[in-house]
Design a protein around this ligand. Structure first.
Ligand SMILES: [Fe+2]
Ligand SMILES: [Fe+2]
Length: 258
């Protein structure tokens, strides 16, 4: 089976790019299962119900979130009622929503979960290592897929090696910058440090660049505003998994600038 995983879909340009490229990729590849990071889909911060339903209408199986999970308060009205939306599993236990979902796909149990890193990612979250051990013990599944939402590349690589062979697909999100290290690890897991972002090409991690530059130059704190003009980029990975062994056979990055 072929699994498409798309990096943080960011605001208007990201949504347009996602829809356009999904159509193109589907024409080129037989895609069986789709995972999208949606923490920036609505105005750059968070996800509203309209955009969540739009993802589902396009055939997305699971939408993952991240540190922006609750930045759009509208999510609190539907996050508990859908099995297809996943926030970090190692958030405090009383945090709204779920940290994993197990989808039955043609008789296979596919578990998609998210962990948030501990370096430069805020306080109050449990160890992603310990919480993953817990989840693997408690949730039986044929295929485990982890969105590791983190800033530090070393934390992501350490996590990937530690769970190599036990979590079959480990993909990083959050930095919005794609890394060139998609590969199969020694014990068979498919891995990339960061898938990247699907959104504005010439913003700064999706926001209007002047606002961010002024923060560095003058310590001004203008409201973050998404860049909604200009070119966009599409960042994703395709992972092929052997139908019998459920081991990844191949992983490749997909990038498009339009
Ligand atoms: Fe993001
Ligand atoms: Fe993030």
């Amino acid at each position: 089976m072929v699994i498409l995983i798309v990096g943080d879909v960011f605001s208007k340009l990201g949504r347009e790019s996602f829809e356009r490229n999904l159509k193109r990729i589907r024409e080129q590849h037989k895609v069986n299962f789709i995972i999208v990071n949606g923490e920036n889909t609505s105005h750059g911060r968070g996800l509203n119900e309209k955009h969540f339903k739009w993802f589902l209408s396009l055939g997305v199986h699971v939408v993952t979130l991240g540190n922006h999970s609750y930045h759009n308060k509208a999510i609190l009205e539907f996050i508990e009622s859908t099995p297809n939306l996943v926030r970090p599993y190692n958030f405090p236990e009383k945090a709204p929503g779920r940290g994993y979902t197990t989808i039955n796909y043609n008789g296979l149990k596919i578990t998609v979960f998210q962990m948030i890193g501990t370096v430069f990612m805020g306080e109050g979250n449990a160890s992603p290592f310990e919480k993953t051990e817990e989840l693997l013990k408690q949730v039986p599944s044929d295929l485990y897929i982890c969105d590791f939402h983190a800033e530090a590349t070393s934390e992501k690589v350490a996590y990937a090696h530690y769970f190599d062979g036990r979590v079959q697909i480990i993909f990083g999100t959050h930095t919005h910058v794609p890394t060139a290290d998609a590969r199969l690890l020694p014990k068979g897991s498919a891995y990339i440090t960061d898938v990247g972002m699907t959104g504005p090409l010439d913003g700064i991690i999706g926001m209007k660049k002047e606002i961010i530059i002024n923060r560095y130059l003058h310590q001004t704190k203008d409201v973050f505003t998404p860049e909604n003009d200009g070119k966009s980029r599409f960042n994703a990975i395709l992972v092929e998994v052997d139908d019998k062994t459920l081991c990844p056979i191949h992983i490749k990055s997909i990038q498009a600038i339009e």
